[in-house]
Design a protein around this ligand. Structure first.
Ligand SMILES: C[S@@+](CC[C@H](N)C(=O)[O-])C[C@H]1O[C@@H](n2cnc3c(N)ncnc32)[C@H](O)[C@@H]1O
Length: 228
């Protein structure tokens, strides 16, 4: 257990999707490794099963035409159901940035899609259910790739899961700002929904400009177009 550091709960949850809780006036975050910039001031034995305690707090959520929720909840009959068990990968669907991306996806005509930083696969699965095809899901984390495979199969949709980027008409990329900016020049797409950064931030990359911006709870998402 690591205590201390950045006092903003929303930001901490984004950085430590494994878990954050308020503890004696400080924030405790759960992570396998102490992250850079944080002081480890206390190390406890953590009780068995802590990875699963978040399940008690994970509930389904309506996002436009979609309902994103865990397999142990009953979805509404009129929604496009996106059943997600994130396991230990990021992406229950409830984080503001995920919701912003999913809302933007629903405003676009379905095309081929490259989901960069797929996490639990929530955006890939939702996109496939909304008619996007083919959908390619990419992540640097093996757990995320495997979780996305499992969630795609559980939802009965086809998602091509792998480590390499592949060309598509549209990308969706919900990662931190520095990663978004670093990856934009190498993305084999001409349009991208990007998020993972705060309202006061915006991604900059040569040739890319925002044609639409949405905000929620202090977070932002952009629809970017490449116009060299
Ligand atoms: C904030 S989560 C987003 C998960 C999901 N797409 C969502 O919107 O809820 C970011 C994901 O990006 C992945 N990631 C981080 N850096 C990456 C990189 N350079 N290339 C691909 N994936 C990356 C992380 O492993 C993590 O699964």
């Amino acid at each position: 257990m690591i205590v201390g550091g950045e006092p903003e709960l929303a930001l901490l949850l984004h950085i430590f999707p494994e878990g954050v809780e308020e503890l004696d006036g400080a924030y405790a975050v759960y992570a396998d490794e102490p992250p850079l910039g944080f002081d480890v001031v206390e190390i406890d034995d953590v009780s068995d099963g802590w990875e699963d305690t978040w399940r008690d707090f994970h509930h389904g959520l309506r996002v436009g035409r979609c309902w994103v929720g865990p397999p142990w909840e009953e979805p509404p009959a009129d929604a496009v159901t996106v059943m997600i068990d994130p396991g230990r990968a990021f992406g229950t669907g409830t984080h503001a940035t995920t919701r912003l991306c999913l809302e933007l996806l629903q405003e676009l005509e379905p095309t081929s899609l490259l989901d960069v930083g797929c996490g639990s696969g929530v955006l890939s699965v939702a996109a496939a259910k909304l008619g996007f095809a083919p959908v390619r899901a990419v992540d640097v984390d093996e757990v995320a790739l495997e979780t996305t495979r499992v969630n795609a199969e559980a939802n009965g949709v086809t998602v091509d899961v792998g480590a390499e980027l592949q060309p598509a008409a549209l990308a969706v990329m919900n990662i931190a700002l520095d990663v978004v900016e670093r990856m934009l020049p190498e993305l084999p797409v001409e349009r991208a929904i990007t998020s993972g950064y705060l309202e006061r931030e915006e991604p900059h990359a040569d040739g890319w400009r925002s044609v639409h911006r949405s905000v929620r709870d202090g977070w932002a998402a952009d629809l970017l177009e490449f116009r060299p």
